[in-house]
Write a protein that binds this ligand. Structure first.
Ligand SMILES: [Zn+2]
Length: 249
């Protein structure tokens, strides 16, 4: 689904548009013209829909041969579980924060709280977090180009450790690809897992409240193609009052 000249939404499950596997996060394509990057990978394996995502990419008129990289916002299975599929299928380089890549490299299910997610019934008991090599280059202030478009990395832990958000300078607007940082209405996803930190969540939100952007492209739920900053501002207002914003799910 092409959102703008710069961005396509090519995956997402029950927490959004149901265009790939039910548990998938939103999966975006950054279309920089002669170079393309995918952001987040969905669940992968038998609970994913990597072939469907690739078909969605082709349907949006994107040449798969131009896909150079897979960028990961964080290591949760609904975002990073499909990294191995994309790496094996397309030969793309996988980039994430150093912690995301170290976790993915050994398929560390404890680090991503997968046992909790399985025992709570959120994920199937036989789901396997496939390991995949990558490079941990997505660190605070890192900048790179995807074709014509510039991308800047912000470290935004809180929802999980090693979480990053990506600011994309598009042709007619700027986008914050926020992973699981902030959602519609200034909501968050804070879970009862070891690496979720309300203090880090607040610091990351307040940091992003200082950054200007037009569109908010979150990892789940509603997308705002303009005036997206209001969602971050709403969450920041709550944190400034020492409150915890409402959970999105
Ligand atoms: Zn997550």
């Amino acid at each position: 689904m092409r959102l703008t000249r710069d961005i396509c939404l090519v995956g997402g499950g029950n927490s959004g548009f149901n265009i790939s596997a039910p548990l998938d996060c939103h999966i975006y394509v950054i279309d920089g013209g002669d170079e393309v990057a995918i952001v987040d990978a969905g669940m992968g394996g038998k609970y994913g829909a990597t072939e469907q995502i690739l078909a969605n990419i082709a349907e949006d008129g994107v040449d798969p041969d131009k896909i150079s990289t897979l960028l990961l916002t964080h290591y949760h299975a609904d975002h990073a579980g499909g990294a191995a599929d994309f790496h094996n299928r397309l030969g793309v380089e996988v980039l994430g924060s150093p912690l995301t890549i170290a976790t993915l490299a050994i398929g560390d299910e404890e680090q991503i709280s997968l046992p909790f997610a399985k025992s709570s019934g959120f994920y199937p008991a036989d789901y396997v977090f496939e390991s995949c090599p990558g490079r941990g280059t997505l660190t605070e202030g890192a900048t790179f180009n995807v074709g014509e478009l510039a991308v800047t990395v912000y470290e935004t832990p809180g929802h999980s450790d090693g979480h990053v958000s990506l600011l994309v300078s598009g042709r007619d607007r700027t986008y914050l690809i926020g992973g699981d940082l902030i959602f519609y209405g200034g909501t968050i996803i804070a879970q009862n897992i070891p690496d979720c930190s309300i203090q880090n969540y607040a610091a990351s939100t307040l940091k992003m409240a200082e950054v200007d952007f037009d569109a908010l492209l979150p990892g789940h739920l509603t997308i705002s193609l303009s005036n997206g900053k209001r969602h971050v501002d709403q969450a920041a207002a709550q944190f400034r009052q020492l409150m915890i914003p409402r959970n999105a799910v």
